[in-house]
Write a protein that binds this ligand. Structure first.
Ligand code: G6P
Ligand code: MN
Length: 437
């Protein structure tokens, strides 16, 4: 039985995770669960919800929540992390500042992702130091965004820590959606995937017999379009995002793209489609944030979680538990995760943090070789990688010049004049969070 700590206990993704831990308790049984958040108010609501849920569905579990890092990480085996530095208030700025200049406004892509990345690095480093003080051997499974920037920063700050694993649920979301289209259980898939986080491609999708289902899937997407597996629960902006997969496959049909590539394939076109007055942050604050907290309050008032619906994406919570399970029991299942390249993609530099399929064992991920990639993909990846590396350089060196270089290279900006303008606005907006440039 395992002890786990959830960092970001006050996140609206957390109730879904708590529910999944109940559903999967026979496969991945817990002794103790501690939730940690720096925001006491959010943490309390979800913590009280958790108490009622576990009393009903997991009475043997020792459950607590805290805002004290000295209590959160004692004797823990797995830390599930999902923090949002600056909260939704800052996400809104990340999205609106670039959009006000006609540049993509997105939490992980473009200048918004840059701003969020610089904020996340400080908080991530602090949290990992807190964890390592009490649990030097715990596995840290990290969802914190922007995962590409975070992964690169952690690689540099903790070069000898091989129990930090950065993950993203978007490849799993896509696999589940492929499963729905093809009418195949997505657990049967053996995918080949390469790229950077929120910047990658599926090259093959093998079934258990070794047949590649990707050509058939490509044809179906071109003919029927593409929707997320959980389309019924998705907001309009996510449906729009998924619908763009058909455009991407039409234009670049070799492989199947991660949805996030649309911001880099079509930066101007996409920026025009986004509303600078009402962004995804607004949609989330008006939707999920209200809904989940209200639902949790209702459960607490009623004293029972029966009949409540707090989950909004099964893949997100199940994926992190399955990753932990595969590590804990040395199952060797294949998942798409973020690791240091070291020759996996043979014509990309070794010290890139890449997203690829890996066999997950108790010794961590054993990534599967991708080999040489074509010129177009190499070019796309290398410019994005340079942007990511320069962003992390800018953070550690507190260098305005590096920050300007990073944003100039980012395909969503593409112009040094615009890069300087947006950087200056972001510096102003982030002055309570960023190191001084
Ligand atoms: C996907 C991505 C995550 C991201 C999330 C945002 O799951 O992989 O990295 O955090 O979408 O979702 P939201 O509903 O907050 O826009
Ligand atoms: Mn992600």
């Amino acid at each position: 039985k395992f002890n786990i700590t959830v960092v970001g206990g006050g996140s609206t993704w957390t109730p879904g995770l708590l529910k999944s831990l109940c559903t999967l308790k026979d496969r991945f049984p817990l002794k103790k669960l501690v939730m940690f958040d720096i925001n006491e108010e959010r943490q309390n609501i979800i913590g009280e919800y958790g108490k009622i849920l576990f009393k009903e569905e997991y009475p043997e579990l020792e459950f607590s929540y805290t805002t004290n890092p000295d209590e959160a990480y004692l004797d823990t085996d797995f830390v599930f992390m999902q923090m949002r530095s600056g909260g939704y208030e800052m996400r809104e700025k990340d999205e609106k500042i670039p959009l006000s200049m006609g540049i993509i406004g997105q939490e992980t892509c473009g200048p918004g992702g840059f701003a969020y990345g610089i904020r996340s690095i400080t908080d991530m480093i602090k949290t990992i130091n807190d964890i390592r003080k009490y649990s030097p051997d715990a596995w840290i499974l990290n969802y914190t965004n922007p995962a590409a920037i975070v992964a690169e920063a952690l690689r540099r700050e903790f070069p000898n820590d091989n129990k930090i694993l950065n993950i993203c649920d978007q490849p799993v979301n896509l696999l589940r959606s492929y499963g729905r289209l093809l009418n195949v259980d997505p657990n049967q898939f053996e995918p080949v995937y390469f790229g950077l986080n929120h910047f990658g491609w599926f090259t093959n999708l093998y079934d258990k017999e070794g047949n590649d289902l990707l050509p058939k899937l490509r044809k179906m997407i071109l003919e029927e379009g593409f929707i997320p597996v959980d389309a019924e629960q998705r907001d309009q902006s996510w449906l729009d995002t998924y619908s763009m997969v058909r455009d991407m496959v039409t234009d670049f049909p070799d492989y199947l793209p991660n949805t996030y590539l649309q911001y880099y394939y079509y930066p101007e076109y996409k920026a025009k489609k986004l509303d600078p007055e009402y962004t995804r942050a607004n949609e989330v604050m008006d939707g999920r944030e209200k809904r989940v907290f209200e639902e949790c309050r209702k459960v607490v008032e009623a004293g029972t979680s029966k009949g409540s619906h707090v989950t909004h994406n099964d893949a997100h919570s199940e994926f992190i538990i399955e990753v932990a399970e595969s590590i804990a029991y040395n199952l060797g299942r294949i998942y798409i995760v973020i690791v240091e390249n070291n020759g996996i993609i043979s014509n990309i530099q070794d010290d890139a943090m890449v997203e690829v399929a890996a066999v997950l064992t108790s010794n961590g991920p054993r990534p599967m070789s991708v080999g040489k990639i074509g010129t177009f993909y190499k070019g796309m990846i290398e410019s994005q990688l340079a942007y990511e590396k320069l962003t992390v350089d800018a953070y550690f060196e507190q260098s305005y010049e590096k920050a300007l270089m990073a944003l100039t290279l980012n395909r969503t900006v593409g112009c040094g004049k615009k890069a300087r303008q947006v950087l200056d606005k972001l510096i102003e907006a982030n002055k309570d969070y960023w190191p001084e440039f």
